[in-house]
Design a protein around this ligand. Structure first.
Ligand code: VG1
Ligand code: CO
Length: 544
């Protein structure tokens, strides 16, 4: 096997964000761009003899081109074997599972998640370590530092591997295995959930609709829902992956999953349960007939009902949520007498807590929920968890949520995103709020008194690493809260996220629409931030 050392010049923008490096496809298509980043990852590692690399992605445009390059670079950098999902397909949670199941060294996941795909869309790459978790900030910072001074990369002179044919190809000491990306994952789901109970729910006239959004979960959904749970074919929509996600935006929320939302809000004939997942299969949206479950409520409800589900019937050790996620799960943890951890945004902060056995279930307000069965968030897992709960409770989705609110109170919650605003404008909003930190406490806004404000920082309880500047929190004495944060996954300008939350113990008010119930909080957020004047935006791009 001939190994070439290729001279290259560094790019200065290869800084991984919340979840890996995400850029426009055209940026990744620049000569040496992908190679530089992959070599920087490999250079940050000590690769032992016999190391296996798991490789795959969400099937978006450039996926298979990148895979062929990475296979050759892995060979040149000392990996003994690359395991690649057939067709280059591997959902993010399935990749995490395969990394763990086969005790591999780690994996590269090619995805820009919920960002649009296609030639003019986004591409991305993320490194996961041997426990299946996204690399920590310590690693991603080391990779960024190396990427700024890289001068050569190593690539083996090998032919392309046919990614569509299952099986092994041997090149001297190096092996490429193309494996079925669906089966191990589906088998894992079958151990966690009562497939017989779900099967009888689906056979009882209960109607479900799952929207794969033309993204990676399609093949997984077909195997699990059609083959194993015997759902009828019309239970699935958009389950054939395409390189540009059917021209859509594979983000499962009320704005971008609008076809599913229409079906679920069509009145009496709507299905009983609707769900969708994102580009790489780690997000989920849960809907009932004419009813939207906020991700924060979904997390709380899953934790509260975990004992009903076979994989969790022994109880859960603890829960964790990202800081901007609502406090609904905190109330469940308190009642269950288990710890609840508050981490910065991004799944990489949950891995240590799970490895240490401190938490079983984790979630984020951004449509991410999962458990310690993998080290990523897991869209289909959440869908199956809901179906399992529904199969046992035999109540409607909205009944289950409303009863949960009666028991625990309702954390009314919404997130307003202002996408693709100029960086300067976004930074000026954040700087302006910072400048008010000293004077905000004790001020009264619309009857709400500011208790405190800060920039969230986190010390990992397991390894002691610190993460600062993780979002501005304005906390009020009545328990309501506003959070401002800049996105770390966008590829155009800046995205400013405003997270709004108020606690409503009184069930007489639980029927209120979140935007109505939070209207005062929304006004306060705009007033404190001067967002409209500073960004020129009068309305959010997306409300969830
Ligand atoms: C967003 C979400 C965050 C999530 C991240 C990756 O990050 O807010 O909760 O972990 O996306 O999800 P940001 O920095 O844009 O707010 V995925 O499904 O895009 O890998
Ligand atoms: Co995703």
């Amino acid at each position: 096997m001939k190994i070439n050392q290729v001279s290259t010049a560094s790019f200065l923008d290869q800084k991984p964000g919340t979840s890996g490096l995400r850029k426009k496809v055209t940026v990744f298509q620049q000569a040496h761009y992908l190679e530089n980043f992959v070599q920087s990852i490999f250079d940050s590692l000590t690769i032992p003899a016999g190391a296996i690399l798991v490789l795959g992605g969400d099937g978006r445009y450039y996926n298979s081109v990148a895979i062929q390059t990475i296979i050759k670079m892995a060979a040149a950098n000392g990996f003994a074997k690359v395991m690649v999902g057939q067709g280059g397909i591997l959902s993010t949670p399935a990749a995490s599972h395969v990394i763990r199941l086969y005790k591999t060294f780690g994996g590269l996941i090619l995805s820009a998640s919920h960002n649009p795909g296609g030639k003019d869309g986004d591409f991305g790459i993320k490194y996961n370590v041997s426990n299946g978790s996204p690399a920590s900030e310590t690693i991603t910072e080391a990779v960024f530092a190396l990427s700024k001074k890289i001068t050569t990369y190593k690539i083996a002179d090998l032919p392309d591997v046919d990614l569509n044919v299952l099986g092994e190809t041997q090149f001297d000491e190096f092996n490429v295995s193309v494996f079925n990306p669906v089966m191990d994952y589906a088998d894992l789901m079958a151990t966690l959930f009562d497939f017989e109970a779900i099967k009888s729910l689906l056979a009882s006239g209960f109607k479900m609709k799952f929207d794969g959004m033309h993204a990676v979960t399609g093949p997984y959904a077909k195997e699990i829902f059609l083959n194993r749970l015997q759902a009828s074919a019309d239970a699935l929509m958009n389950c054939d992956p395409s390189e540009d996600f059917g021209g859509g935006h594979p983000d499962p929320n009320l704005t971008y999953a609008e076809d599913l939302v229409k079906i679920m809000y069509a009145g009496a004939q709507s299905p009983d349960f609707g769900a969708a997942s994102d580009g790489d299969g780690d997000r989920n949206m849960i809907l009932g007939k004419g009813f939207f479950v906020t991700p924060s409520d979904s997390l709380a409800l899953i934790a509260a009902n975990a004992k009903l589900v076979q994989g969790y019937e022994g109880g859960i050790a603890g829960v964790a949520r990202s800081m901007p996620t609502s406090g609904a799960v905190d109330r469940v943890a308190e009642q269950l007498g288990i710890p609840c951890f508050e981490t910065p945004t991004g799944w990489k902060f949950f891995g240590n807590l799970m490895d240490a056995g401190k938490v079983t279930i984790c979630g984020e307000e951004s449509f991410g929920t999962s458990s310690s069965h993998v080290r990523e968030k897991d869209g289909l897992w959440a869908v199956l968890f809901w179906l399992n709960i529904l199969a046992i409770k035999r109540q409607s989705v909205d009944q289950i949520v409303k009863r949960h609110w009666v028991q625990f109170g309702r954390n009314v919650y919404s997130r307003h995103d202002y996408e693709a605003i100029p960086n300067d404008a976004a930074n000026s909003v954040i700087a302006h709020i910072h400048s008010r930190f000293a004077t905000l406490p004790n001020q009264v806004f619309g009857g709400h008194i500011v208790k405190s404000c800060d920039d969230f920082s986190y010390t990992d309880p397991i390894d002691g690493s610190e993460s600062t500047k993780q979002g501005i929190r304005i906390l009020f004495t009545d328990g309501s809260r506003i959070v401002f944060r800049l996105s770390g996954t966008g590829t155009e300008g800046a995205t400013l996220r405003v997270y709004l939350e108020a606690f409503e113990p009184d069930s007489a008010n639980h029927h209120l629409d979140a935007q109505v119930a939070l209207s005062v909080m929304i006004e306060i957020a705009l007033q404190i931030s001067e967002l409209k004047a500073r960004t020129g935006r009068n309305t959010p791009t997306v409300i969830t």
